[in-house]
Every structure is written in C-alpha cells, then in structure tokens.
Ligand binder design. Structure first.
Ligand code: PLP
Length: 389
C-alpha cells in the first residue's frame, strides 16, 4: 500500500532531499573516521564541526555546547542520568511532568535507584503543566527539572519561559526535551535559561539515529556511554559522520525556512481543525487550542473513542498515514494513553485520539482530501463507547 498522504510528521519526517544530498559523499567518498589524523579523517572532523555549528545556530548555542548522540532518547538519558550522577547525595531529586515522553519518564522512574526523589507534575485539561504545583515541589534537594518544550501526542507547547528562571534560581538544573519543538518553533538558549536541551534530527527532516544534547557551558555531566572519549568525553563512539552532517544541514534549512514553513503549517493546521470539526459533529480538539505546535492536531471522537485504532487503520487503507498518539508506543496502541489520562480522560476515552501532523511536504490539497474523507470514516464507526458505558 503506498501512502498517498503522510500526516504523521510527529512520529518522524521525510528526510529533505537537500539533506540526503549533503549526506551522500560522507558514506562513499569522504568516509574517514573523524579521530584519524590523515586527511580523510581531518575532512570528516571538519564536517562534524560544521554540523555542530549548524545545530548550535538553530538554538542560539555555542558549538562547544552541542554533544551529538544516537537519538533524542539517548540525549534525554544523558541529561537526566548524567546530571543526577554528578549531584551531591542530598541533591538528587528530579521533577518531571506527567506527559513527558517515555525517554524522560522511564529514565526518571529509575532515579530513586540513584538516590533521588521523583516528583511528577500534573497537567491541566489542556495539557499545560501546573506551575504552582511545580514551584511548591522545588526544594534544595531538586537536582533537575525536566519539562518538555512541546508534547508529542497533543502538540501542546509548555510555558518554559515561566518555568526555567524559577528552576535555576532554586539552584536546580533545567532540562527540556525539545525533540518535538526544535526546528518547528523558535527556541533560543540565549534568552531561554535552560541548562540542558535534547533534540533529534529525524523530527525536522534530518536522518534517524542522530540526536544532540545542548549542555550549557559550565554544567557538569557524567557520561552514560564510556569509551574512547569522543564528544568531549560525554559520548564515546565513532561519530556517525554522514548522519551528523545530515542533522547539521537539516538544522540549517529549518533555521532559514522556519518563518515561512510555520506560517504555512499554521494555516494548514487551522484549516484541518476547522474542517474536521465542521464535518464531524462528534469530533473535539485535544490539547490547548492556541498553545500548540504548527502542524499538530489531535482529535477525539465523542462516543467512538474505543475505535481510534480502527479509524487510523481505515485511514491507512485509504492511503493516509496518521497515528493514534505516539509511534513510540505502537506496541501499547490498545492501551489507554497516559498522556490523555493525565489530561483527565477516563481510561476508555483515553484510548481514543487521532493525531494528524502536517509537515514541510504536505499541501493544502491533502488537507482538503482528509477533511473530505474523515466524516465518512467516522460515520462508519460503531459507537462502542456508549454501548460499553
Ligand atoms: N522525546 C519526544 C518528545 C519525542 O517525541 C521522541 C520521539 O518520538 C523522543 C523524545 C525520542 O526521540 P528519538 O526517536 O530520537 O529517540
């Protein structure tokens, strides 16, 4: 089945052809190891450093503050574990939000084993973190507060600018999982006082398997991958040169084109919301209506929440790739989403999200086709939620 319309850009994005082109020579011609001293090696080193500068520029960082990793997941692990391991025994507490990606939540859940106390901040019905609760739980025992810049399931953008200064003035480190936000909304660490920030190239039209952690100058971390001491000792392993070059080029394109891409994506997103809500009386928008990523839509269908997977599969049959939440939890697709439950959905309704995420290569015509198609598919679903209640 060929996918005619790809509306799952929060799961991953199509690699931009300009990125593929930039990566190609680093596989076949200039394939040296950046640690080698001969000219092929030095060329590879230069390419990695150029990419580091490109990724740094996207978030207003210094190149030396970027540590390349093999994924956003690894960047999150390095941030949390690395920060806890360097903390004094009495300061190993961790605060994370209830809707963090498993790469943060599961790492955080392991933190008590490292001697830290874990607090999980609730969110409101729109998915915004409860600031009062968070600030109440900030104590001299807190080492790291980790709040995502934008949520992968509901697309909500968290108020980091209100959180980060308070966290730092309490003497804790501020980490943000910005995997869904980098390359999509402006983020600048010169004005946003975060200490650690995770990103992942495949979410902004770069290759899979390349992430990075921004580590503010002066912040001390313990590595989680030990070996030859690459990446200033913070992430040993021979660098994935072609992938890193691709991440750099993708960052450069995102930086240059974000303003125009965003205006277009916001228009597509808003048309999708308006069209689906008008065509499907049972549809409702999940997540804050304004504070959301460009291109990100998440719908529930009242009375038919248990049928979200069927709806997604029928869309797939019709050539539309969508998602019921997070690709990272495809194996748990039939289970209630912990993100929706954190928003106050009961376990039944929490099984029922349809995530449609548009990106750089989607068109207005595709949005119109989905607006056309969805009411017919939703109309054919059985209202099993009502029957079960
Ligand atoms: N954090 C968030 C918010 C994500 O959406 C994802 C991927 O979906 C990750 C982390 C993991 O990134 P990666 O796929 O690069 O490991």
């Amino acid at each position: 089945m060929t996918v005619a319309i790809y509306f799952d850009n929060s799961a991953t994005t199509q690699v931009d052809p300009r990125v593929v082109e930039a990566m190609a020579p680093w596989h076949t011609q200039a394939f040296g190891n950046p640690s080698s001293l001969h000219s092929l090696g030095r060329q590879a080193r230069d390419a990695v450093e150029t990419a580091r500068a490109q990724v740094a520029a996207l978030i207003g960082a210094l190149p030396k503050e970027i540590v390349f990793t093999a994924s956003g997941t690894e960047a999150n692990n390095l941030a949390l574990v690395g920060a806890i391991e360097t903390a004094a025994p009495g300061r190993r507490g961790l605060i994370v939000s209830a809707i963090e990606h498993p790469a943060v939540l599961e790492t955080a859940r392991a933190s008590p084993r490292r001697g830290g106390e874990l607090h999980i901040v609730p969110v409101d019905r729109d998915g915004l973190v409860d600031l009062a609760w968070l600030f109440d739980h900030l104590t001299p025992k807190t080492r790291v507060v980790s709040i995502m810049a934008a949520n992968n399931v509901i697309g909500v953008v968290e108020p980091l600018a209100d959180i980060a200064p308070r966290v730092r003035s309490a003497g804790a480190l501020m980490h943000t999982d910005a995997v869904q936000a980098v390359g999509k909304i402006p983020l600048d660490v010169r004005s946003l006082p975060v200490d650690l920030l995770s990103l992942s190239a495949h979410k902004f039209h770069g290759p899979k398997g390349v992430g990075a952690l921004y580590v503010r100058e002066g912040v001390k971390l313990q590595p989680i991958v030990h070996g030859g001491g690459q990446e200033r000792g913070l992430r040993s392993a021979t660098e994935n040169v072609a992938g890193i070059v691709g991440a750099g080029r993708a960052a450069e394109i995102a930086r240059n084109e974000m303003a125009t891409d965003n205006a277009r994506l916001i228009a597509l997103r808003d048309r999708l919301i308006e069209g689906v809500l008008a065509g499907c009386p049972q549809a409702y928008l999940i997540g804050h209506p304004q504070r959301r990523l460009p291109g990100h839509v998440c719908f529930g269908f009242a009375g038919q929440e248990g049928e979200a997977i069927r709806l997604m599969l029928e869309l797939d049959e019709a050539g539309v790739a969508a998602s019921t939440g997070s690709a990272c939890s495809a194996s748990h697709a039939a289970e209630p989403s912990y993100v929706l439950q954190a928003l106050g959905f009961d376990p039944f309704r929490a099984r029922g999200a349809l995530r449609l995420t548009v990106g750089r290569f989607n068109t207005r015509n595709e949005v119109e086709q989905v607006i056309e198609l969805l009411p017919r598919l939703v109309g054919g679903l059985r209202p099993i939620a009502a029957a079960r209640r």
